[in-house]
Design a protein around this ligand. Sequence first.
Ligand code: ATP
Length: 232
Amino acid sequence: VEPISLGLALAGVLTGYISYPRLYCLFAECCSQKQSLSRDALQKDLDSKLFGQHLAKKVILNAVSGFISNPKPKKPLTLSLHGWTGTGKNFVSKIIAENIYEGGLNSDYVHLFVATLHFPHVSNITLYKDQLQSWIRGNVSACARSIFIFDEMDKMHAGLIDAIKPYLDYYDNLDGVSYQKAIFVFLSNAGAERITDVALDFWRSGKQREEIKLRDMEHALSVSAFNNKNRI
Ligand SMILES: Nc1ncnc2c1ncn2[C@@H]1O[C@H](COP(=O)(O)OP(=O)(O)OP(=O)(O)O)[C@@H](O)[C@H]1O
């Protein structure tokens, strides 16, 4: 084979590879890689890995699979997971991330923030606010289906929480960027005492843990989260 023909053939293949996104995405991670998440796979993962969290399982399965299958969501998906330390909040975030992006938490499209690690100094709030907003804006511009996980929300400064709020609303776009396909997951210990109290009351009255309904938790949780000094 002549070198010139071989060169042209290789260039043709490369151009096709780069310009045909589905082919490219077979070999590299893509933002659009898993636009259609498998509800069955997520359910299987939750059932086989996450224990004792029947409420979280049900809500997360419906919310995440419903959201991903909606081609035009009106607002981003916002999940707020509450509970004591070691109850599986980070664990379940990892499961969600892995079901949307193969790289899970290591994906370029998944961003994890830990309040005490990334935003430790109250005196730098203005700087953090600007940095966080431009990080969210930049990443959602590059990939609409970006996932942002905020750990230790109960320790996050109220000013920073306010900086995230605009992105969670029903805006078609904010300064030319649409956030409607993004996913925000907030993890918090706020309300943990009340969750434990409700579970303990059920146990004392001889009921099964699985009998606890979301409405049994909702009121206790909203009051307790509102009373948290950062209002989350
Ligand atoms: N409900 C659960 N089912 C199965 N494994 C669990 C569960 N909860 C916790 N684990 C295990 O414990 C580990 C620690 O839990 P995880 O980090 O998710 O807790 P957390 O709720 O995020 O705690 P923190 O509030 O301290 O951040 C997980 O990586 C997982 O292996």
